[in-house]
Design a protein around this ligand. Structure first.
Ligand SMILES: Cc1ncc(COP(=O)(O)O)c(C=O)c1O
Length: 376
């Protein structure tokens, strides 16, 4: 049986009529940029996340960039984040000519280790950007405590975590701003690029509204130097339709994750495969189901040969990326992130997977380890 890593057509088919009608309505209106449909989505998402405001932008990457601009990150400032994340988390810092300062992650959640934060704070630290990796929140209460004591702002990279929560508070409502991505592979994915910034700070919201339209509060008058980063009406209307299904989809992802973990246990594979650990304070939304696997690269070859979708997030931690060599980091600086880059393997987790798919994935993994222990 073939199991694709992701099957967006399986999600689209049952909602095709509603999605196509929504897109058709925008085409009839011929109003494509911002406007009432974007404002409606912003209101609905602020309510869903439990914050006062949200601001639609062109991508999750821009949500990070604009958040950092809005809190006043300037050349020479430092911004603390994790080295085990998508590039945009640190890239947005560098684009402002500020310096990303990395703090290693914890092996159980793949999230930034708050115990190592304080030693990295300097007089130039302007912000901390915790990433809620794979759909599970970082330990925000510890991070915000350290940040608040020093007047440092916290920008959540919640790009993979829409609907996730910590102690009952949703991702995006835990920091000064939260950044969401609507990239099509995300739990709430658009029909193209899109992003959102959440905040409960009215001043930040007003500034963000200006910064996304070149710093303008009224046509052709520019109080700030902003960028062009607008959410479009087709994205907004499709996302609004899909928002109605998000809780159900997130629940199906959690159920799939629970089933995988049960199947790994039943197959006696827990000495070869470490399923994701869920911090009891967290509601996980499993944008990815990421195991740590013994002999990962050989397992990947076996999965590829058997048509089982899989992906490595992330093969190279950010401190070892070519473009960050000038920062002076060395191999060995962040041992946990480096180990995870060798061991982490994401398996198909999308809501529409059937039990037969999940069983097939685990059976194929079991066959790999069985044949491997026979020959080794
Ligand atoms: C952790 C993280 N941060 C930032 C982003 C950037 O989002 P986008 O692709 O919408 O620019 C992504 C998405 O790929 C992500 O996974």
């Amino acid at each position: 049986m073939k199991v694709p890593f992701l099957d967006l057509k399986a999600q689209f088919t049952p909602i095709r009529t509603e999605v196509m009608a929504a897109i058709g309505a925008v085409c009839e209106e011929q109003g494509f940029i911002l406007g009432q449909r974007v404002a409606g989505l912003e209101k609905a998402l602020a309510e869903f996340i439990g914050c006062s405001y949200s601001v639609g932008v062109a991508s999750g990457s821009d949500a990070l960039l604009l958040s950092l601009m809005a809190i006043g990150v300037k050349p020479g400032d430092e911004v603390i984040t994790a080295p085990f994340t998508f590039f945009a988390t640190a890239g947005s810092v560098s684009r402002l000519h500020a310096t990303p300062v990395f703090v290693d992650i914890k092996p159980d959640t793949f999230n930034i280790d708050p115990g190592q934060l304080e030693e990295k704070i300097s007089s130039r630290t302007k912000a901390i950007v915790p990433v809620h990796l794979f759909g599970q929140c970082a330990e925000m209460e510890k991070i915000t405590e350290v940040a608040n004591q020093r007047g440092i702002k916290v920008v959540e990279d919640a790009c993979q975590a829409i609907g996730a929560a910590r102690h009952g508070v949703k991702a995006g409502a835990l920091g000064h701003t939260g950044c969401i991505s609507f990239f099509p592979t995300k739990n709430l994915g658009g029909v193209g690029d899109g992003g959102l910034i959440t905040t409960s700070d009215e001043g930040l919201r007003d500034l963000l509204l200006a910064l996304r339209v070149h710093g303008s509060r009224s046509d052709y008058h520019h109080d700030h130097i902003g960028i062009n980063s607008r959410l479009d009406a087709i994205q907004a209307t499709v996302l609004h339709v899909k928002l109605g299904f998000l809780n159900q989809w997130n629940q199906q992802r959690r159920e799939n994750a629970g089933r995988y973990t049960q199947l790994f246990e039943e197959a006696g594979l827990l000495d070869r495969v470490t399923p994701p650990w869920i911090d009891p304070a967290n509601l996980h939304v499993f944008n990815q189901y990421t195991i740590r696997a013994h002999k990962r690269d050989q397992l990947m070859t076996h999965l590829r040969d058997h048509d089982i979708g899989h992906k490595v997030y992330y093969p190279v931690p950010l401190h070892l990326q070519e473009c960050y060599q000038p920062l002076g980091y060395q191999k060995g600086d962040f041992p946990v992130a480096e180990r995870m880059a060798q061991e982490a393997l994401s398996l198909p987790i999308y809501p529409e997977l059937t039990d037969a798919h999940l069983t097939c994935v685990v059976d194929t993994i079991r066959d790999f380890y069985t044949s491997h222990s026979l020959v080794s």
